[in-house]
Design a protein around this ligand. Structure first.
Ligand code: UTP
Length: 290
């Protein structure tokens, strides 16, 4: 079955990047000249997604404004002959059919995803964490969707991380099928002890889920941090029907974390035609003083 729907949970509080996220959603923090969520929507579109549901909440209206048409701004740029600038904004509202729903209470990622039930219906769908930007030649979402086509089970986008990082993320029990593709039969969210760590592979920002996840989410109890964790619901899928895990080829940036934001801006800035040369010179000069 072709996957054409994506859900982007973007209703978190972003407490790790306060005060920047007091009035500005972390999903709108820029990487050079585009907000993080635009990279995510563009990845979805490149992977063949046509309908996107963004889960928002109070204070996240700027996300809707960003993907809306601004006739006033278009008029000003047209009159000022600012064609290049006009090009960057005029087609944003045509990227995909973008829908919005609010998560009234911030009860966790699993709870946010459960809000997508009506939008998703009976189809498998892609979940893209709103603060995880993945950049690479092949869209990570496409790699996951292709694996869903081959194996017909829910798919997790994974990467190995440090032992320190795994305690803040999820840890997966995986068995290699071939190359970058694994079978996943168990997982744990934020393992606290060494014994709880199943492997250093963690879910980073993308998964394809079957609609059965909604029944599971209905009885998923609050887990780590008192939140309804998507990992706890996916664990039930992994333990019963099993899941597939794909080590995606792109590089992932955590926009919910100060260092991740800086790394994304440096890497993209070093490639951007308007900043590449100046930034390279700046970094070289700076590095000599470190
Ligand atoms: P995170 O756990 O990284 O987001 O969730 P957070 O809660 O904003 O993080 P901190 O710890 O306070 O800094 C991953 C994704 O899930 C969304 C977030 O917006 C982010 O894109 N999310 C999280 C929701 O939509 N709702 C929630 O209740 C929690």
């Amino acid at each position: 079955m072709k996957i054409t729907k994506a859900v982007i949970p973007a209703a978190g509080l972003g407490t790790r990047v306060l005060p920047a996220t007091k009035a500005m959603p972390k999903e709108m923090l820029p990487i050079v000249d585009k907000p993080a969520i635009q990279y995510i929507v563009e990845e979805a579109v490149a992977a063949g997604i046509m309908d996107i549901l963004i889960i928002t909440n109070r204070g996240k209206g700027v996300i809707e404004d960003h993907f809306d048409r601004s006739l006033t701004l278009e008029g000003v740029l047209t009159n000022a002959d600012k064609t290049a600038q006009l090009e960057t904004i005029k087609d944003l509202h045509k990227l995909a059919n973008i829908h919005y729903i609010r998560q009234i209470e911030t009860k966790g990622l699993g709870h946010a995803v459960s809000k997508a039930k009506t939008f998703v219906g009976n189809d498998p769908f892609l979940v893209m964490y709103g603060d995880d930007v993945i950049l690479g030649d092949i869209p990570a979402s496409k790699e996951l969707i292709d694996a869903y086509g081959t194996f017909g089970k829910g798919v997790l986008g994974i990467k190995p991380v440090s032992e320190d990082a795994i305690r803040k993320y999820s840890s997966l029990k995986v068995e290699k099928i071939k190359d970058n593709v694994f079978k996943c039969t168990d997982m744990v969210e934020k393992p606290q002890t060494k014994e709880e760590i199943l492997s250093l592979y963690s879910i980073l920002g993308r998964c394809v889920l079957p609609p059965e996840i909604f029944d599971i989410l209905e009885h998923t109890e609050p887990g780590a941090g008192g939140e309804i964790q998507l990992t706890d619901a996916m664990k039930e899928l992994a333990r019963t029907i099993g899941m597939t895990a794909v080590e995606f080829s792109g590089k992932r940036y955590d926009m919910g974390n100060k260092l991740g934001i800086l790394q994304a801006n440096i890497d993209v800035g070093l490639k951007h035609p308007e900043t590449a040369e100046g930034l390279r010179e700046y970094i070289k000069a700076l590095a000599a003083t470190l």
